[in-house]
Design a protein around this ligand. Sequence first.
Ligand code: NAG
Ligand code: NAG
Ligand code: NAG
Length: 195
Amino acid sequence: MFFKTSTLLLAIVALAAAAPSSGIAPSASLIHFMMHSQSLRTATTLNMNCFDWYLPILKGHSDKYEENYKVCAEEFNAAKWLIDTSYGIARNGITSKAKETCDALERCSHEDESSDVFECYSKTAPEYSVILNTIGNNSTDLNKQLIAELAVIDFDLDVCQTKAERVYKEDSADSFEELNACLEDENWSQPIPSV
Ligand SMILES: *[C@@H]1O[C@H](CO)[C@@H](O)[C@H](O)[C@H]1NC(C)=O
Ligand SMILES: *[C@@H]1O[C@H](CO)[C@@H](O)[C@H](O)[C@H]1NC(C)=O
Ligand SMILES: *[C@@H]1O[C@H](CO)[C@@H](O)[C@H](O)[C@H]1NC(C)=O
């Protein structure tokens, strides 16, 4: 007699619930298992003891993956904050030069007589245009350097996430293989926990 469809459905729902929710590919292991598991398709009994035993193990791999994935993001955010902060002095310096420029030009408009206004602009504008030019050049240079530093930690994040994914795929593939063997073994009994 084939096991009830509802039992199979329950098993699949439970398996899906034990899969990670963040990241991308990991649940591929689950789909692969469901599509290739001979026992899921042909077994006449579905040994629910196997699920009782392997679901928490699969959930454990999934939780470990989520945790590692979270650590990757935390490390990335901390490194990003440090990089951004390290440009604080340069950023404030440029901002204060920009303010100084605006203030100097603004002051010209407060002169009473037109001739004084013109004289003020004619003196102030060339002086500050050099500073504005430097602001532009410095900002270009700083941003290039900053973007290069961010690219390094982007790469680190990618390496970290890939590693977490690989560990999960390997661990869960092993567990799915064991679950499969369990489902095919009518005499399977829960291993005695070694302390
Ligand atoms: C531009 O950079 C140079 C060299 O780092 C620095 O001496 C200068 O003060 C900077 N100027 C501004 C407006 O940020
Ligand atoms: C800013 O950069 C341009 C182009 O590289 C250069 O021609 C100019 O002299 C620089 N200005 C300053 C103030 O360093
Ligand atoms: C399960 O155990 C029974 C009784 O010990 C045995 O006859 C049978 O061959 C076993 N089945 C498998 C798949 O090992």
